[in-house]
Write a protein that binds this ligand. Structure first.
Ligand SMILES: Cc1cc2nc3c(=O)[nH]c(=O)nc-3n(C[C@H](O)[C@H](O)[C@H](O)COP(=O)(O)OP(=O)(O)OC[C@H]3O[C@@H](n4cnc5c(N)ncnc54)[C@H](O)[C@@H]3O)c2cc1C
Length: 452
């Protein structure tokens, strides 16, 4: 066994995407010379993960640079890095940079955190396949057959990449099957959210001229960002625990009032953000389910917005007829000799319709019931009863300190979880502004003497 031991405090972080890197950076801000951090990443690229490994220039962050600092208590940190990196290029911090550039920021952040405290950070390009708690800590088994021992572990394994629909006939953007296409060929995209925009951007950059049909159940497109100041909302005015109907009435009234006074609905959405996790937690399971079923698509398009120029480009492509938005249910797909045949059922209709296209991109959601996880580590934890799905089955069950909760309801004192997999408890935990706060809190509690 490969011991991290010797030191009084050792933490192994599994997953070196944004969450893992942010947590390592937060931990290494602590001056404790005994602290040792090991970061495991199976892809070998640190700071990239699913979001920031994006290939195209116009695969951009959907949060302005001013919101993407690694540290909530140093909100200009990313903006200063950006100005050092590209002096004079950006006039204001209300800019939406390429996601791969943000990945470079995270990679450098990790490098600096390691240099700042030599010997305290170890990064390994390895996959963790199992985790066991021992008397003194945790043991992490690696795919290469060796293992690591540490005092505590944090799962930062991020998004599940589900296989594309249609048993691999549909294609995920950026996957190996995403090969160049005939620029005049018809294409279908399943899903109309931000991942659809990624697919459309990729086609635009490849000078695609053929028709693009975007199919989603609701036919809703993400809205555009605007530089607005978040409305200051008093916590006492937020109807925590109210039914979905009451909350919607309250929210609509606030939007109407704000726009009547010359404001913008975005100010209300952004003003509510500090309370989103608390709102989610204030609902009983039934309301959470109602939200996920009925309101989530509507909320997503207003909350996760597009850079205005990308939004304008998409709206233009729809107006010019190259992109067609169809509200329909995806029924199935079959392989043809020279392409694929997709079957859909339009919203409100009962008959099926087929479309022959060169490719179907699957841009559906990335969350998955952890019981069907494709990640061997998550499967091992769930199957052994050391972890369980949250009540909504949208991630792993964790307690207030992000400690992993076992099948028997016991919270682990050794294993925590950060990032999107904690969405069952927090819901609003997908984006950097929320993850960095979570990482700061988890780092603090891991370093608290009684907890280690
Ligand atoms: C397409 C897309 C665009 C987004 N854009 C933005 C944005 O602009 N701004 C924003 O704030 N948020 C954005 N997000 C939200 C995003 O969730 C977070 O910003 C963040 O990237 C989440 O990072 P993560 O490390 O938790 O997950 P991931 O990015 O999924 O990274 C997890 C990492 O863990 C590794 N891993 C998994 N299992 C193991 C294992 N067993 N052993 C070793 N390594 C393992 C994976 O290889 C991966 O690198 C976007 C999300 C997506 C999907």
């Amino acid at each position: 066994m490969n011991f991290i031991g010797q030191s009084a405090k050792s933490v192994v972080i599994i997953g070196g995407g944004a969450s893992g890197v942010l947590l390592a950076a937060h931990l290494l801000r602590d001056p404790d010379p005994d602290l040792r951090v090991t970061l495991l990443e199976r892809q070998g690229q640190f700071g990239q993960g699913l979001a920031y490994s994006a290939r195209h220039r116009d695969h951009r962050v959907n949060v302005p640079a001013r919101g993407m600092s690694a540290f909530a208590d140093d909100p200009e940190h990313f903006w200063r890095w950006l100005q050092r990196r590209h002096p004079g290029r950006y006039e204001s911090s209300w800019v939406f940079v390429a996601r791969r550039l943000y990945g470079t920021y995270l990679e450098e952040l990790l490098g600096e955190a390691g240099e700042h405290v030599p010997g305290r950070l170890r990064v390994l390009s390895e996959e963790a396949v199992a985790l066991h708690e021992t008397e003194g800590g945790v043991e992490v088994l690696l795919a290469n057959g060796t293992s690591l021992a540490s005092h505590s572990a944090v799962l930062a394994v991020g998004h599940e990449t589900q296989p594309a629909r249609g048993r691999g006939i549909a294609v995920r953007v950026g996957s190996e099957s995403d090969t160049p296409l005939d620029p005049d060929a018809p294409v279908m995209i399943l899903g109309s959210g931000l991942s659809m925009v990624d697919a459309w951007v990729g086609l635009c950059e490849a000078q695609h001229r053929g028709p693009i049909t975007v199919v989603s159940r609701n036919g809703l497109l993400p809205t555009a960002h605007r530089d607005v100041t978040p409305l200051v909302i008093d916590a006492a005015d937020v109807p925590f625990g109210a039914s979905m109907t009451e909350l919607t009435h309250w929210f609509r009234a606030l939007v109407e009032e704000t726009t009547r006074q010359g404001g913008d609905w975005r100010s209300v959405v952004d003003g509510l953000r500090p309370y989103n996790q608390r709102l989610w937690q204030s609902w009983p399971g039934q309301e959470k389910r109602r939200f996920l079923r009925h309101l989530r698509p509507w909320w997503n398009i207003h909350r996760h917005r597009l850079p205005p120029d990308l939004h304008a480009g998409l709206v233009r492509a729809i107006a010019q007829g190259q992109v067609k938005l169809v509200a329909a249910e995806f029924v199935g797909i079959e392989q043809l000799a020279d392409g694929v045949r997709a079957t859909i059922r339009r919203r409100g209709g009962s008959s099926r319709e087929t479309m022959d296209v060169a490719r179907v991109y699957d841009c559906g959601g990335v969350s998955v019931d952890v019981r069907a996880s494709g990640n061997p580590l998550i499967r091992q934890l769930v199957q052994s009863g050391r972890a369980r799905p949250d009540t909504m089955c949208i991630g792993l069950d964790v307690d207030d300190s992000c400690a992993l909760i076992a099948e028997d309801g016991q919270a682990s004192s050794r294993t925590r979880v950060v990032g999107p997999l904690t969405r069952g408890r927090y819901f609003e935990i997908e984006a950097v502004p929320d993850i960095r706060v979570q990482c700061a809190n988890v780092a603090r509690s891991l370093l608290a003497p009684a907890k280690v």
